[in-house]
Design a protein around this ligand. Structure first.
Ligand code: ADP
Length: 510
């Protein structure tokens, strides 16, 4: 990686002593590097895509070394573009696609198998069996998670079972496990630091959510040796220094959070009851739960939120599997629109859906249903249903599904959620945001900077390095771009939600 250093040599900073904050945002399809100034303003961003491999139906793999290279290329290109001297970067935050598993050789730094991506379903049968077993309840109680192939535990087990000698080498500490945060930090520190943070660890299915420690019972169930696991550290605080030969300066790594928890921080949701929803391929809604561990009775996940002090912080989380992806389906499979953005004008060209519902249960339904056998449908068609109604119903389905998550969160906590902060690619759709506000009966707030994942990691790192004094200061950076106030009557809202529920009931097989 000497090349990166070379590329940056000779760059002199334009404003002396300006403390910049660098965020490395490693997503599912690309690695991004984002730079912020002292006012929390985004100065520049560079993104480098990398491949996913689908060797068998339901399997999703990535090359961890390619991810590392993409992340380094993104950072180098961004620093060159911005003409920033690496020595002026006061802090680096890391945020990452969660649950994805990398196992590598401690000596060579080479992965021993392709990374198993969070979407990969190869351990689905094992997890279904585990959920039915005597251990099912123990796992759910200790981790706050719903037993599923999505989380890391069964993926680590799979690698250990399928790579020769791996179990013994793991017990001997010769091979190491990490989610992508851990892998990047290990590489950035030349193998000196093997850590993860509470938010990422809470998605492995190996951590006791209450204590924040790797749990012996869970490690036994998944056959994961403790010697291969990283230490768990707070999300805000210095964990190591980027090796100077990489960028030509010693940059402290001081913030870590899984992407959704980073987005919660980037939306300045640091207090109980504050909620955000990210509208991407799927939707991820999180509500901050403060220092009280939530116990969901509505099939939501309990997870760690990024904490700034010693006290653990929690969140409840729900996800919708198919959200923006239904718009891609309208475009690529049905040809009803030519761009995702066109969905807004087409939906607005009709007054309503005329009773049409699209239930995009292409891969089953996520929270709160957790029904992997449900399949998609379009219901309520009449002779007058056409393109406008179907496109509108598809956009509405994103809001209805997100509404179910927010309803479940309110039912769980008994506390009303007063507003929803939004981000993600589909949050630019004004029709969708207005309909979301209507169907929730709550304001929907879109911030000026919707790159909230990278921003959250920057906040954590910048606070740790005293670039910012704390959450109050970073909250003051957060700016509203637009608020969508609910306009629908309560009777109309109820009526539409009932219509949606009836359509979902039809999509379910159970
Ligand atoms: P991810 O991070 O999951 O890749 P993004 O946050 O980049 O997703 O958002 C991309 C998704 O948003 C796609 O599924 C796309 O269909 C959807 N999308 C993008 N623009 C719009 C729009 N104007 N209206 C509705 N959906 C949109």
């Amino acid at each position: 990686m000497g090349l990166h250093k070379l590329g940056l040599q000779g760059v002199t900073h334009i404003i002396a002593e300006m403390p910049f904050v660098l965020s490395l945002d490693e997503g599912t399809t690309s690695a991004r590097a984002v730079l912020y100034n002292e006012q929390g303003e985004r100065l520049g961003m560079h993104s480098v895509p990398f491949e996913s491999l689908y060797p068998y139906p339901g399997w999703v793999e990535q090359d961890a070394t390619a991810i590392w290279r993409a992340q380094m290329d993104a950072a180098s290109a961004m620093l060159l573009q911005q003409k920033v001297a690496p020595g002026d970067i006061a802090a680096c935050g890391i945020t990452n696609q969660r649950e994805t598993v990398v196992v590598w050789d401690r000596r060579t730094g080479q992965p021993i198998a392709p990374a198993i991506v969070w979407q990969c379903r190869r351990t689905a049968d094992y997890c279904a069996e585990l959920a039915r077993s005597a251990n099912g309840e123990l796992i759910a109680n200790k981790t706050g998670l719903v037993i599923d192939a999505y989380f890391s535990g069964s993926k680590i087990r799979w690698i250990l079972e399928n790579v020769p000698d791996a179990p013994q080498r793991a017990r001997d500490g010769e091979i190491l496990f990490g989610n992508i945060d851990t892998w990047l930090i290990w590489k950035l520190t030349n193998g000196a630091v093997h850590v993860t943070d509470y938010t990422n660890a809470s998605r492995t299915m190996l951590m006791d959510l209450a204590t924040g420690e790797w749990d012996s019972d869970l490690l036994n169930i998944f056959d994961v040796p403790r010697a291969m696991l990283p230490s768990i550290v707070p999300s805000c605080g210095r964990v190591g220094i980027i090796a100077p030969e990489l960028f030509g300066a010693e940059i402290p790594i001081s913030g870590i959070a899984g992407d959704q928890q980073a987005a919660l921080a980037g939306q300045a949701c640091f207090r109980p009851g504050l909620s955000k929803n990210t509208y991407g391929t799927g939707c991820f809604a999180l509500t901050h739960a403060g220092d009280r561990q939530p116990h969901s009775t509505h099939r939501l996940l309990a997870t760690r939120a990024a904490s700034l002090g010693a006290k653990p912080q929690f969140a409840v989380e729900g996800s919708v599997f198919v959200a923006g992806a239904v718009i891609q389906w309208l475009r690529d499979s049905l040809g009803l629109i030519s761009t995702a953005a066109e969905s807004e004008a087409v939906a607005s060209s009709v007054a309503d859906t005329g009773g049409v519902h699209v239930v995009p249960a292409f891969v089953g339904l996520g929270a709160p249903h957790w029904d992997s056998r449900a399949r998609g449908l379009i219901s309520g068609l009449t002779r007058s249903s056409g393109r406008g109604q179907i496109v509108r119903a598809a956009l509405e389905s994103i809001a209805f599904q997100s509404g179910e998550l927010i309803d479940a969160m309110e039912a769980d906590s008994g506390e009303p959620i007063t507003e929803l902060r939004v981000d993600g690619g589909a949050a630019v759709n004004n029709f969708l945001m207005q309909f979301q506000a209507d169907i929730l009966g709550k304001p929907v707030i879109r911030p000026a900077d919707v790159e909230t994942t990278a921003l959250g990691a920057a906040y954590l790192a910048g606070i740790a390095e005293k670039v910012w004094s704390g959450t109050d200061e970073v909250e003051s950076f957060w700016r509203v771009e637009r608020t969508f106030e609910p306009q629908m009557s309560e009777a109309d809202r109820q009526d539409r939600v009932q219509g949606w529920k009836a359509a979902v009931a039809r999509a379910r097989l159970d």
